[in-house]
Design a protein around this ligand. Structure first.
Ligand code: SIN
Length: 334
């Protein structure tokens, strides 16, 4: 049986085009189809190591516009393909802007037994038409990682670094290496592997980090939400509305009160994630507005606007990932 690697295209800068090959920033994302993109990847055949490549255009969007219905279709497609014995792994091309949200969502909803096979998201900071496009190398690296015998779980690959879905964050607006998983020397997980030439060099953190924390996540997760997303054919899912509010110097409660005022019984406000300052601190004015929201049925979660460290004893997740967790917890069938 020839093993397959399935590549799902969703758009992003990796599929973007600009008017000139010297234009690295003034471009339109999500223009080139995944089949064409794969035709211009040097070293792809070597990275496949005899495996067959199958591609599918799942979406074609700028990831700032990523929506939960597309994320759900992506999860269902991953579950379908991973369950096929001949499928070795999945690679997903995605915009960098919300890659960490999709990666975390998939990490939470793909059943753990299927995550014995890897799902590898990749991206680019320069459009496909750029004379110095980074997409082809990232795509080749992603295929290499997808075929590596140690790879499992949801990972992302950019600029030679391999990140876990749980820790990856976009931290730079234009650098080719725009992502970080923190610095091991500072007590953060760091990257789980690096692609050097034709080799994937795994860090010791990979085993302990992915095994332990992923399993704990699963136990704590909302199993009903996972079943609803991946195992049922419910066409319409009521995604709970969860907003993110930032604390800052002189933050008032106005945004929270405006959110409460516009909520209706058809479109209720279900949750607020506060990106608090430092260790999740919130100004007195903002806190009193949050105190008004909770009795109205709004669940409030505190994260930190700091990139690393999380909120001690509450959550290690960034605000955007804490929002996904809360949505999964509150999810219900329409
Ligand atoms: C996007 O996120 O789709 C556009 C930006 C990027 O991919 O870098």
């Amino acid at each position: 049986m020839t093993e397959k690697i399935v590549v799902l295209g969703t758009g992003g800068t990796i599929a973007g085009t600009a008017a000139s090959s010297s234009d690295h920033t003034g471009y339109t994302a999500a223009q080139i189809g995944i089949t064409s993109l794969l035709q211009s990847v040097p070293g792809l055949q070597e990275a496949l190591q005899g495996r067959e490549l199958v591609s599918e255009q799942l979406a074609q969007l700028d990831s700032k516009d990523m929506d939960f219905d597309t994320m759900r279709r992506l999860a269902q497609s991953c579950v379908h393909h991973l369950a096929q014995p001949e499928v070795r792994a999945i690679v997903i091309t995605h915009g960098t802007d919300t890659l960490e949200e999709t990666a975390y969502f998939l990490h939470r909803v793909i059943p753990i037994e299927l995550q014995a096979k890897p799902v590898v998201l990749t991206c680019a900071m320069r459009p496909a038409t750029s004379s110095e496009a980074d997409g082809p190398r990232n795509l080749r690296d992603a295929v290499l990682v997808a075929g590596d015998s140690h790879a499992r779980g949801v990972l992302s690959v950019c600029a030679g670094d391999v990140h876990s879905a749980k820790t990856v964050q976009k931290v730079h607006t234009y650098a080719l290496n725009a992502f970080s998983s923190g610095d091991v020397a500072l007590g953060e997980p760091g990257v789980v592997a690096q692609v050097v030439g034709d080799q994937v060099l795994w860090k010791p953190v990979f085993q302990s980090f992915l095994d332990e924390k992923r399993h704990i996540d699963r136990i704590e997760s909302a199993q009903a939400a996972i079943d609803l997303i991946v195992n049922t054919s419910v066409a319409k899912i009521a995604w709970p509305r969860v907003e993110i509010v930032l604390n800052h110097a002189q933050a008032t409660g106005s945004i929270v009160r405006a959110l409460l005022a516009e909520a209706t019984s058809q479109d209720p406000l279900c949750g607020i994630v506060v990106a608090g300052t430092g260790n999740g601190t919130v100004s007195e004015s903002l806190q009193s507005a949050l105190n008004e929201a909770q009795p109205k049925g709004v669940e409030v979660i505190v994260a930190s606007r700091c990139a690393w460290g999380g909120v001690h004893d509450v959550s290690a997740l960034s605000a955007v990932k804490a929002r996904i967790d809360l949505m999964l917890k509150l999810l219900r069938a329409a």
